[in-house]
Design a protein around this ligand. Structure first.
Ligand SMILES: *Cc1c(COP(=O)(O)O)cnc(C)c1O
Length: 305
């Protein structure tokens, strides 16, 4: 036993077992969090919204002036091959591009050789099984989410010290996870998830200062299809505290009910009807041909738009 989950990686141009995928301690991805990444999941042998994840990954890399050394189609084929070799039906598939190492050890990021790698490991849930039924206990941190003028939150990044310190605040309060405010008293997001508030049948989620999650997008689209009014705008913490229902969205777990906020029940303390219907619609949507692609068929990615 290695202690590693089963999985397969693509590393330095080759496929290998996950435990053999290691980077140099000199890589700026590690030393400086100088990297971007994306995570797509595979459910019952199908990628979910792979095109959206590839769009975001390539856009993030471009913003950070990182050069992905493969075409978009080649990345899709590499991800599919990682999943195929891992033998996993449900997988969490991560693609990463780091600044890499400068061969001359210069401090100029333009001298670094960017490094791409990818891997497939078992599907991971943010919530433990009992929490998926009962819903999540969330605390609001004092720590603010790093400002959008400093680190572009729409680029998926490893600047997580605010989120991790927020988690420790939440644990001290007996909560399982955390959401961070911005400097104006609005809610932003949590460690790897977006947040939604339901009030009087209308659903709101922060427009700015957050990653534009693909699960957030799916939730907005599924709610609109169900005829439920959605708003993307600033969501004050007071509005969150007054919500009838709250839910979180993430590739790692989908739509997750939040049933307690800072120790007080949300609504009646049980997952509410909007959240429950959305969870059902979300899993049904995994079979939609326009939202999913068979791992065995990486060339046939779904149309964007
Ligand atoms: C990945 C992530 C999310 C959720 O995005 P999905 O595309 O739905 O997985 C939200 N916030 C942060 C900070 C993230 O890193």
């Amino acid at each position: 036993m290695t202690g590693y989950p089963p999985g397969c990686a693509f590393f330095d141009g080759r496929f290998c077992a996950i435990e053999d995928a290691r980077i140099s301690v000199l890589d700026w991805g590690f030393l400086r969090s100088d990297a971007t990444y994306d995570v797509v999941h595979v459910w019952k042998g199908r990628f979910f919204r792979l095109d959206r994840h590839l769009d975001r990954f390539f856009a993030s890399a471009e913003t950070l002036k990182l050069a992905i050394p493969h075409s978009r189609d080649a990345v899709a084929a590499i991800l599919a091959e990682c999943v195929r070799r891992s033998g996993l039906e449900d997988a969490y598939v991560e693609m990463v591009i780091t600044r890499g190492v400068s061969p001359t050890f210069s401090r100029d990021p333009r001298d670094a050789v960017n490094r791409f790698f990818a891997f497939a490991i078992p599907f991971g849930w943010i919530l433990r099984p009992q929490e998926r039924e009962a819903g999540l206990a969330v605390a609001v941190a004092r720590t603010q989410r790093i400002g959008a003028a400093s680190v572009d939150p729409t680029v998926k990044n490893y600047h997580w010290l605010d989120l991790v310190m927020g988690l420790y605040e939440a644990y001290d309060k007996g909560a399982g996870t955390v959401v961070l405010p911005d400097d104006a008293g609005n809610v932003t997001e949590g460690p790897g998830f977006n947040i939604f508030a339901v009030r009087d049948g209308r659903v709101a989620t922060p427009a700015a200062g957050v990653l534009h999650g693909i699960t957030r997008l799916s939730a907005l689209e599924l709610l609109a299809e169900a005829g439920i009014a959605t708003e993307t705008r600033a969501v004050p913490l007071d509005e969150l505290r007054a919500a009838d229902e709250i839910f979180a969205t993430s590739t790692a777990g989908g739509i997750m009910p939040v049933t307690s906020l800072d120790g007080s029940p949300v609504g009646d303390g049980r997952p509410g009807p909007v959240t429950r219907d959305l969870i059902a619609a979300y899993w049904v949507a995994h079979a939609r041909p326009d939202w999913s692609t068979a791992v065995a068929d990486p060339a046939a990615t779904e149309p964007t738009g």
